[in-house]
Ligand binder design. Structure first.
Ligand code: 01A
Ligand code: AMP
Ligand code: MG
Length: 511
């Protein structure tokens, strides 16, 4: 077993002088040996704040250079990074940090976020990046001497290495606990399954968020492990990404379908500028058929793979050369996959052609060890050695599976999970809302777009949008469309007929 730190230090031992990382916010680059030095200097500084191995540290940062260094530095110390989506509002972030019992928080220099973090981890235990907040220390001031670090000792494979968050039906996002044993499988599926060859010719741009499984393991850590160069992309800017791909002759692109949608629409995009791309991978959501065709045509030289996975089990299904078959997949490396009858035990399997829930063998190396502090939620998803994904699929008879949506009502918007209940709760509290149901409808950019179906009593779209923006709900989760109805369609058991609502909202959207 190799840990995150092992992968990086061994890559540095192989190619110390090669460029490991290039910043997009200035002329900053690091060779592999400099990257290791930089991470060790920060690790030494963080050790001086009294952190011990096994402690947890909340990190809430966009895709900036410092985020990458902090992740490596914490791994060098044996401190567990808990990576929080920087799009969350301060109150939600504070609650996550509290629930995760973080002993340190690292965030952007934003007064509200720093105050929330201080409330969770204690004043004096917050470090800020990219500016000054009165009374809060600057991360950059926390550099130490690598020589002061304790020698590197391999940890127990089952010890916690990282916490990533995934949104649940209600309440706070759940902390997905990832022990050290998951690291190899989570990094190495990219070369085995997506055809990424080892070597310094690899140049990747960091499109995917570092706080999600794909951006972290499959783009950032995999690029370093392959001895390639990782181009930091601090905030997703499609035009800047096109320039970087052309100028730096990027060879490896890993994005959500929404990234490719944006790249193709960016000013100055051309097939010619994409000629360097050899390996193209997408994950996080179905890529709508028309977009898939356009991506295929725009990257004629690239080997393309679609990866289906979850934060909990990582890559479970894949489809090489997915052109023309956007929802077809086959079981991937490191995973054994079943389709089980919905609402039944995990041993009750579907026949070919019968829709069921995708179940993934929990014995695989890449599988999480549970949700942080939530044994009940863990027991609900890990059943008799199988992980229940909540995705519906059907075996097609030729060994392929077709994905057919969700068992629950979860919406996957731009590769982010959004649960209707969370939004319904917020909208229900708004005056003038008598009833509400939130659904997802097809969207070319986001695959699915959030729409609220509202029975209103003197309110309107503008008022509801302002209400959501002022609520604790992260802005990206709020509805992008509203449908006003006299009443919601319900069945005899008073359950909202979401399928009907979706058809209605789709019809309203298309014409
Ligand atoms: O009106 P405004 O200003 O608030 O609108 C803003 C944002 O609120 C809105 N926005 C979104 C989303 C979203 N996901 N859904 C709906 N609305 N994201 C942002 O868009 C307006 C422009 O804001 P922005 O900050 O400029 O947005 P972008 O930077 O363009 O971000 C959009 C992206 C689609 C790029 C961003 O949401 C993103 O990076 N999505 C990818 C998420 C991801 O990494 N998913 C994979 C997670 S790991 C789980 C998994 O699926 C998996 C798969 C395979 C796990 C393991 C494996 Cl092996
Ligand atoms: P998360 O719960 O954030 O880990 O996201 C995982 C969910 O994203 C899966 O359960 C699927 O619903 C969806 N997903 C991820 N990758 C794909 C893909 N390649 N195709 C279709 N859906 C995907
Ligand atoms: Mg997702």
């Amino acid at each position: 077993m190799q840990t995150v730190w092992d992968h990086v230090r061994l890559a540095a031992a192989r190619t110390p002088d090669r460029t490991a990382m290039v910043d997009d916010r200035g002329p900053r680059t690091a060779s592999f040996s400099e990257l290791v030095e930089e991470a060790e200097a920060m690790a030494a500084g963080l050790a001086a704040t009294g952190l011990s191995p096994g402690d947890r540290a909340a990190v809430m940062l966009p895709n900036i250079w410092e985020h990458a260094i902090v992740i490596l530095a914490l791994h060098r110390l044996g401190v567990v990074p808990c990576l929080i989506n920087p799009r969350l509002k301060p109150d939600e972030a504070r609650a996550l940090m509290q629930a995760g019992e973080a002993r340190l928080a690292i965030c952007m220099a934003d007064e509200a976020v720093a105050a929330a973090a201080g409330g969770a981890v204690g004043d004096g235990r917050v470090l800020c990046v990219g500016g000054m907040v009165p009374g809060v220390a600057d991360l950059a001031s926390r550099r130490g001497n690598p020589a002061d670090l304790a020698p590197w000792l391999p940890p127990d494979p089952e010890a916690l290495s990282l916490v990533l968050y995934t949104s649940g039906t209600t309440g706070l996002p759940k902390g997905v606990m990832l022990p050290h044993r998951v690291t190899d499988a989570r990094i190495l599926y990219v070369p085995t399954q997506c055809g990424l060859r080892h070597g310094h010719h690899n140049r990747a741009i960091g499109l995917m968020p570092l706080f999600h499984a794909v951006g972290l393991y499959s783009a950032f850590l995999c690029t370093l492990t392959m001895n390639g160069t990782y181009y930091v992309h601090s905030a997703f800017d499609p035009a800047a990404a096109v320039d970087c791909i052309e100028r730096d002759r990027v060879t490896f692109l890993y994005g959500a379908p929404a990234h490719f949608h944006a790249l193709l629409a960016a000013p100055g995009f051309s097939e010619e500028k994409m000629r360097s791309v050899e390996t193209l991978v997408y994950a996080g959501a179905v890529m709508p058929g028309p977009l898939l065709d356009r991506v295929r045509a725009a990257f004629p030289r690239a080997h393309m793979t679609n990866i289906y996975g979850t934060t909990e089990v990582m890559n479970a299904l894949y489809m090489p050369d997915p052109a023309g078959r956007p929802t077809k997949y086959r079981p991937g490396f490191y995973s054994d996959v079943r389709v089980g009858r919905i609402g039944s035990g995990t041993g009750d399997l579907c026949d070919v052609g019968e829709e069921g829930e995708v179940l993934v063998d929990a014995a695989a190396d890449a599988t999480f060890s549970g949700y942080l502090g939530q044994p009940d939620a863990t027991a609900e998803k890990l059943v008799d050695g199988w992980y229940r994904t909540g995705d519906i699929a059907v075996w097609l008879g030729d060994g392929d599976l077709e994905l057919r949506g969700r068992v629950d009502d979860m919406i996957v918007s731009g590769g982010e999970n959004i649960h209707p209940e969370e939004i319904e709760t917020v909208l229900r509290q708004c005056g003038g809302v008598r009833d509400v149901a939130v659904i997802g409808i097809p969207d070319e950019r986001l695959t699915e777009r959030v729409v609220a179906c509202v029975v209103a009593d003197g309110t309107n779209r503008e008022v509801l949008d302002a209400w959501c923006l002022a609520s604790p709900l992260a802005d990206y989760k709020r509805p992008r469309g509203y449908v006003f109805l006299d009443e919601l369609p319900r069945n005899a058991a008073n359950k909202v007929l979401r399928r009907e609502l979706r058809a209605m909202a789709e019809a309203a959207a298309t014409g």
